[in-house]
Unconditional design. Structure first.
Length: 256
């Protein structure tokens, strides 16, 4: 049997010697302190080796205390100015009974790959059944642009090229009339994030009835369209597209 050594301790030996051992209160508290102080540097096996108990006992202890074992999320640490910008944005967009957000098109882009739709796919199966997924002949990725508002959403713009400033401006221009129709003659706002192709955006410079909103950096959680993208990806995955054409058809159908 292969041995697993951590901190000069043979973890497998410790586990076999101490399997089923009850954890006393002092050990339980020390385990909780270790996890709370450095959750990213601890594991059930490391803790088991340190306290001479089984890793299943450590796992059961943490579960009873309400801990969950899940993947950590990569997140940008906001500086004070960035946090202040987020607060100012929320205060501004919610003024006057949220008039701005009611008259705003919230835009964004999303990339979707066929392989991402098939990875870790799960289904309800009987015990005797097997889940077999045919390997894709090619990996296809497409990009999507869309904008949502209180009064309706634009059509979905699907494209294969990498997004650069000229392409982005052409996409927005092609949907400008659509946004004006949806807003029914009202003045409206257009919101975009700080993606490099969005810099020095001038599409609406000559339109007095359209104002571009400055969106705070590193703040996708403040844009409701992110929830739309998540739902769209889920529904497209249920269609099981296998080609670029099927993927595009599914995206347009489920966006509607």
């Amino acid at each position: 049997m292969d041995r697993k050594i951590e901190n000069d301790i043979d973890i497998l030996v410790h586990q076999s010697k101490n399997f089923g051992q009850r954890i006393d209160e002092d050990t339980r508290m020390e385990i909780l302190e270790e996890v709370q102080e450095a959750s990213g540097r601890t594991s059930t096996r490391k803790l088991a080796a340190k306290f001479s108990i089984s890793h299943t006992a450590v796992r059961d202890t943490l579960l009873k205390e309400g801990f969950e074992y899940r993947t950590s999320q990569k997140r940008h640490s906001l500086c004070q100015d960035e946090m202040d910008d987020r607060v100012d944005y929320c205060k501004d967009i919610l003024k006057y009974r949220a008039r701005k957000i009611k008259n705003c098109f919230l835009s964004d882009q999303m990339r979707i790959r066929l392989t991402d739709l098939y990875n870790a796919r799960k289904l309800w199966l009987l015990p005797e059944e097997e889940l077999c997924i045919e390997k894709l002949d090619q990996d296809v990725k497409v990009n999507c642009w869309g904008a949502i508002s209180w009064y309706g959403a634009t059509s979905l713009h699907v494209f294969s090229e990498n997004l650069k400033k000229p392409l982005y401006e052409n996409i927005v221009k092609s949907h400008k009339q659509e946004m004006e129709n949806i807003s029914q003659g009202r003045d409206f706002y257009y919101q975009q994030d700080n993606h490099p192709p969005h810099q020095n955006f001038k599409v609406f410079d000559d339109d007095e009835n359209i104002e571009v909103i400055n969106f705070p950096t590193y703040s996708p959680d403040l844009n409701p369209i992110e929830n739309i993208w998540a739902t769209l990806k889920y529904r497209v995955a249920q269609d099981v597209p296998r080609t670029e054409e099927e993927l595009k058809q599914s995206l347009h159908y489920n966006w509607q």
